[in-house]
Write a protein that binds this ligand. Sequence first.
Ligand SMILES: O=C(CO)COP(=O)(O)O
Length: 134
Amino acid sequence: MKIALIAHDRKKDDLISFVTAYKPILAAHDLYATGTTGKRIMDGTGLDVIRFQSGPLGGDQQIGAMIAKDDMDMVIFFRDPLTAQPHEPDVTALIRLCDVYNVPLATNMGTAEVLLQGLKEGFVDWRLIQERKN
Ligand SMILES: O=C(CO)COP(=O)(O)O
């Protein structure tokens, strides 16, 4: 399963804690991230991450392009709802594409926990069945 992990700056510590807690589950999957988030995850958890550009430089759009090819199975995006982002349109576009392609999306830790527990139980396996059909 391909999982994108993204966090805005004030949420990066939360994401590292989250990824550390769920490392046994996440280690079994292909992880993708925007540039700075990916570096923080690799340094902080030792997991391998495929990194794109930093968010403000197009990283959200690169992950969006994978979603548009139906080539991303889950997005965990710890957004900062209290800080304006220079690339807010990219953030909105990424979230919109998740809705277009029915990609499971968590924008906060509460939902992310539910998604990863569901992933462990096989609730996201329908994505693999769908991929085999395409
Ligand atoms: O800005 C981001 C997502 O919109 C995240 O980008 P970085 O991981 O490069 O900080």
